[in-house]
Write a protein that binds this ligand. Structure first.
Ligand code: ZN
Length: 189
């Protein structure tokens, strides 16, 4: 198992749809193990395969839930259902961040509940249901696999603020396309 580099906004793998996993090969198992290590090193609550540069429809998560233990696991070929009625944006409550937009936070309204269906590494069907932060995490990670970053969904002034931040930090256009969470902190990328 190993910590892999995390792709940064502008890296091609983040802006393309990922491909369905047809078979859980030894390479896929290694990838998933490395994704757990990488997520832990980066202190993230979720990580999609294209965030380590692999265009496969897989994400891992380790997401805090109030009053319960963390929701933790892997989903192969996830399909998302957004549930409930989106509430108006709350700047304080709706902050969202991403290891591929490291060290930045912007408010984004999400659906309050979400359900993801998919399979685990053994091919068993799994259903994940979440609300609040976990619902946000499920929506955020499936967005990644569809080729979208949360900053692509920002509205109002945050859209341009996020664009400015990306420019200021020298991502994409000056060649910073990935970072190593075993040696670097997100805010220093
Ligand atoms: Zn992300």
């Amino acid at each position: 198992m190993a910590v892999r580099d995390i792709t940064v906004q502008g890296h091609r793998a983040l802006h393309q749809r990922t491909k369905k996993v047809k078979e859980v090969t030894p390479e896929v198992r290694t990838l998933v193990a490395d994704m757990f290590d990488t997520m832990a090193a980066a202190e993230g609550v979720g990580l999609a395969a294209n965030q380590v540069g692999v265009r496969l429809r897989i994400f891992v998560f380790d997401c805090p839930r109030p009053g319960q233990e963390n929701a933790r696991g892997v989903v192969i070929n996830p399909v998302l259902e957004r549930l409930g009625t989106p509430t108006p944006l709350d700047e304080e409550e709706d902050g969202e961040g991403c290891l591929s937009v490291p060290g930045e936070w912007f408010p984004l309204a999400r659906f309050p509940q979400a359900r993801v269906t998919g399979t685990d590494l053994e091919g068993n069907e799994i259903v994940l249901e979440g609300e609040d932060l976990f619902a946000r995490c499920l929506q955020h990670e499936t967005d990644h696999l569809d080729g979208y970053l949360y900053v692509d969904r920002l509205t109002g002034p945050w859209k341009s603020e996020a664009r400015e931040a990306s420019k200021d930090r020298g991502w994409a256009d000056t060649g910073i396309t990935k970072w190593d969470p075993s040696t670097t902190k997100a805010e220093d990328v």
